[in-house]
Design a protein around this ligand. Structure first.
Ligand code: NAD
Length: 300
C-alpha cells in the first residue's frame, strides 16, 4: 500500500508562469528608459539533443517576455579561440545584457576558460568566479538560476527562513554551493552533504529544509525526512517507465514516500525545473537595469 500524500505540493510551474508574467510587465518601462529591449544571447556549440531543447525553450521564453533573443549555434568542431572571440564580441555588444554559453561544451574546449571570459555584468548564469565570490561575501551578484528559483519557492512556502536547519545534498558549483550560500544569507543553519558524507539519512533527518541536488534517481527516502519538513527536489533523472521502451523523469527524492511525511514538496517535473528559465529571464532583466545605471526592478 502506498502512503497517502499529505504534503503541500509546491507548484513551480505556476510560480514560474507568474514570475514570467511579472517580468514581462516590467519590460516596457525598461524599453522606455533605455530605448531598447533587454537582450539575452545564448551560445550553443555542437548538437547535444538535450542542449538543443533547452536552447529552444530559452529562446521562446525570452521572446514571450518581450526581450530580444540572440541565438548563436556553432558547429561541434568550433575552436576554443573562435568561441572566445564570439564571447568577446557579445561582451562588447551594447544590445546584449546577458550571455549564456550552454554547457556541456565539446571536450576540446576548456569550459572554465570560456566562463571566465564572460563579462561578469552579463553573466546571467552566475557561474563566473566574480559572481560566485560576490555571492559568498554577500555583495550584489548575479546568482545561478536553479538555486535562485529554489530559494524563491522556499520563501513562498515558508516566508522567513531564519534559524531553520537546511541540508543541501550536493556540492556542485552550479547548484549545491550557491544554494548553500543563499540559505546562509537567509540566516539558515546550513549543512552541505555530498558523496563522502557519512550516515546521510541521519543528517537529512535533522533538516527543516532538504534540497536534493545529487543526480541519483529517488535516492532520498521517506524515512529520511523529518515530519513536516520542506523538500526541494532539484534532481532530473530519466528512468525506464511503466511501459516497455518508454522513459519517465524522476527526481532525487522518492516522491510518494517523501510526500507522505514532508510538509511541502516540489514534484518532478513541474517543481524546480520551470523556475530555472524564469530566473534566467529575471537575471537578464536585472543585468539590463544594472548595466543601464537603473536601480533593480522591485519585487523580483
Ligand atoms: P553534479 O553531478 O555536478 O553534482 C552532484 C553532487 O551530488 C556532487 O556534489 C556529489 O558530491 C553529490 N553526490 C553524488 N552522489 C551522492 C551520494 N550518493 N550521496 C550524497 N551526495 C552525492 O550535479 P548538479 O549539476 O549539481 O545537478 C544535480 C541534479 O540536479 C542533477 O539531477 C541535475 O540534472 C539536476 N539539475 C536540475 C536543474 C533544474 O533546472 N531543475 C538544473 C541543474 C541541475
Amino acid at each position: 500500500m502506498t502512503a497517502r500524500i499529505s504534503a503541500k505540493i509546491i507548484d513551480g510551474k505556476a510560480f514560474a508562469a507568474d514570475l514570467r508574467a511579472r517580468l514581462a510587465a516590467r519590460v516596457p518601462s525598461f524599453v522606455e528608459q533605455a530605448g531598447r529591449a533587454p537582450g539575452l544571447a545564448v551560445v550553443l556549440v555542437g548538437e547535444d539533443p538535450a542542449s538543443q531543447v533547452y536552447v529552444r525553450s530559452k529562446h521562446k521564453a525570452t521572446l514571450e517576455a518581450g526581450m530580444q533573443s540572440f541565438e548563436h549555434r556553432l558547429p561541434a568542431e568550433t575552436s576554443q579561440q573562435d568561441l572566445l572571440d564570439l564571447v568577446a564580441a557579445l561582451n562588447a555588444d551594447d544590445n546584449v545584457d546577458g550571455i549564456l554559453v550552454q554547457l556541456p561544451l565539446p571536450d576540446h574546449i576548456d569550459d572554465k576558460a570560456v566562463l571566465a571570459a564572460i563579462d561578469p555584468a552579463k553573466d546571467v548564469d552566475g557561474f563566473h568566479v566574480v559572481n560566485a565570490g560576490r555571492l559568498a561575501v554577500g555583495e550584489e551578484a548575479l546568482v545561478p538560476c536553479t538555486p535562485l528559483g529554489s530559494l524563491m519557492l522556499l520563501q513562498d512556502v515558508l516566508g522567513d527562513l531564519s534559524g531553520l536547519h537546511a541540508v543541501v545534498i550536493g556540492r556542485s558549483n552550479i547548484v549545491g554551493k550557491p544554494m548553500a550560500q543563499l540559505l546562509l544569507q537567509q540566516s539558515c543553519t546550513v549543512t552541505i552533504a555530498h558523496s563522502r558524507t557519512k550516515d546521510l539519512p541521519a543528517i537529512v533527518r535533522l533538516a527543516d529544509i532538504v534540497v536534493a541536488a545529487v543526480g541519483r534517481a529517488e535516492m532520498v527516502r521517506g524515512d529520511w525526512i523529518k515530519p513536516g519538513a520542506t523538500v526541494i527536489d532539484v534532481g532530473i533523472n530519466r528512468v525506464p517507465g511503466a511501459e516497455p521502451g518508454k522513459t519517465k523523469l524522476v527526481g532525487d527524492c522518492a516522491y510518494d514516500e517523501c510526500a507522505a511525511v514532508a510538509g511541502a514538496i516540489t514534484p518532478v517535473p513541474g517543481g524546480v525545473g520551470p523556475m530555472t528559465i524564469a530566473c534566467l529571464l529575471r537575471n537578464t532583466l536585472v543585468a539590463a537595469h544594472r548595466r543601464t545605471g537603473l536601480s533593480d526592478p522591485e519585487g523580483l
